[in-house]
Design a protein around this ligand. Structure first.
Ligand code: UDP
Length: 380
């Protein structure tokens, strides 16, 4: 018996290269995978690879474990960031590391028969374009730093580089990428940020928050980094007419310490949550390190920002961006955080102005826009 001809197109395969160095690369990857599924149901098969863990040799493979302790020494981080930044220095560094990562990068390309590779990490781009030399398939980089973007993000041989801001585009071009290969789209965030829940009392009840007290959300990236504990204690001492919701992420020790403290104001602690959109929709302001993912999510949730720390080099520009757009303030010492929070608790109109400024720079649809670009490239 003849088998009937079928016109069903095989699914296109997209492989995302990320790493759990912080929480932002994973969040951005998941947002793009979600957007691909929503925009093109059943048409794409996406997978994500932590290239450090799965394909790179030691000591690179320890990068996800090494990132949180390294972030505790911001000055050293800033120095090494600057030491390898710039067109020539980054290319020299890539030449030195290529013999070490070559085998892993080639295995990655060989073992993953993708129609398109998408990187969301600065430390895999040159290795990928080298490993894919002569390969007709395409390679795209989606930059998940906002403003101050390291030269490692930009390899001029990538087929396309998607950046979140015009400032990042300038850096890409300075680093040698043809302007026609760079597109300013936005930073991909979860689709739930495009339609945030509006029933705040219901979310607050579910989260165990007091209904009629302003809530200050404290977040330190996916790993609960920075002086979250000192900041929470300073806010408590100030006897604010407010409550705190502290998201400790993967930092379990921090959560244990916070839970054993005797708080004067209502304080709610959480571990790693998948419900950041709910937390942001129900809160009144956010106190956070200057992580790009959290900042863009806060913009989408119209949440005024108080930035208490930043990774030197990498996150400097994020602070300037937030302050210049009047969506928030820079408060690097706990007493400055207390001052900023007190102002917004006591002057709701100032809070509303910052909230409106945040909404003006928000790009909640970025993941869907990027998904459409990815689809075009995967199909070619
Ligand atoms: N995040 C999360 N759950 C948590 C803590 C953080 O989903 O409990 C997410 C957060 O919403 C953001 C990402 O982790 O998308 C953190 O990224 P960011 O760029 O702000 O900082 P990083 O951790 O990469 O330094």
């Amino acid at each position: 018996m003849d088998t009937p001809a079928t016109s069903v197109e095989p699914k296109k395969r997209v492989v995302f290269l990320f790493s759990d160095t912080g929480g932002g690369h994973r969040s951005a990857t998941e947002a793009m995978i979600e957007a691909l599924d929503l925009e093109f149901p059943g048409q794409f098969e996406s997978s994500k690879i932590d290239f450090f863990k799965e394909y790179y040799p030691k000591p690179f493979s320890y990068a996800p474990e090494l990132y949180p302790p390294m972030a505790k020494f911001p000055a050293a981080w800033g120095l090494s960031y600057k030491a390898f930044d710039g067109k020539h220095r980054s290319r020299a560094a890539n030449r030195v590391t290529w013999p070490l990562v070559r085998k892993g990068a080639r295995a990655l390309v060989r073992e993953n028969p993708a129609d398109l590779f998408v990187s969301v990490h600065p430390l895999v781009n040159t290795a990928m374009v080298r490993a894919m030399q002569g390969d007709p398939r395409r390679f795209i980089t989606v930059v998940t730093d906002m403003v101050s973007t390291h030269a490692f993000w930009f390899d001029y041989r990538a087929d396309l580089i998607i950046v979140p801001t015009p400032e990042a585009m300038v850096k890409a071009v300075e680093t040698g990428v043809p302007a026609g290969n760079v597109r300013v789209v936005g930073l991909p965030i979860a689709d739930r940020f495009t339609h945030l829940p509006t029933d705040r009392p219901a979310i607050r009840e579910r989260l165990g928050w007091v209904e009629d007290l302003p809530c200050v959300l404290l977040v330190g990236g996916g790993d609960g980094m920075g002086p979250l504990e000192e900041v929470a204690k300073a806010l408590d001492k100030a006897h604010l007419k407010a409550q705190l919701a502290v998201i400790c992420g993967r930092n379990e020790h921090l959560r244990e310490r916070l839970d054993s403290h005797d708080w004067k104001i209502p304080v709610h602690t959480y571990g790693f949550t998948r419900d950041m959109p709910d937390f942001m929709a129900a809160a009144d302001m956010i106190v956070t390190k200057a992580g790009p993912g959290t900042i863009c999510e806060a913009f989408a949730a119209r949440l005024p920002l108080i930035l208490y720390s930043r990774m030197p080099g990498q996150e400097d520009g994020n602070v300037t961006y937030v302050v210049q757009h009047e969506a928030g303030v820079w408060a690097p010492r706990p007493w400055e955080v207390v001052q900023a929070v007190t102002r917004w608790v006591e002057d709701p109109e100032a809070r509303v102005r910052a909230s409106e400024a945040a909404a003006r720079v928000a790009k909640p649809q970025a993941a869907r826009d990027i998904a459409r670009i990815i689809a075009d490239h995967a199909r070619e």
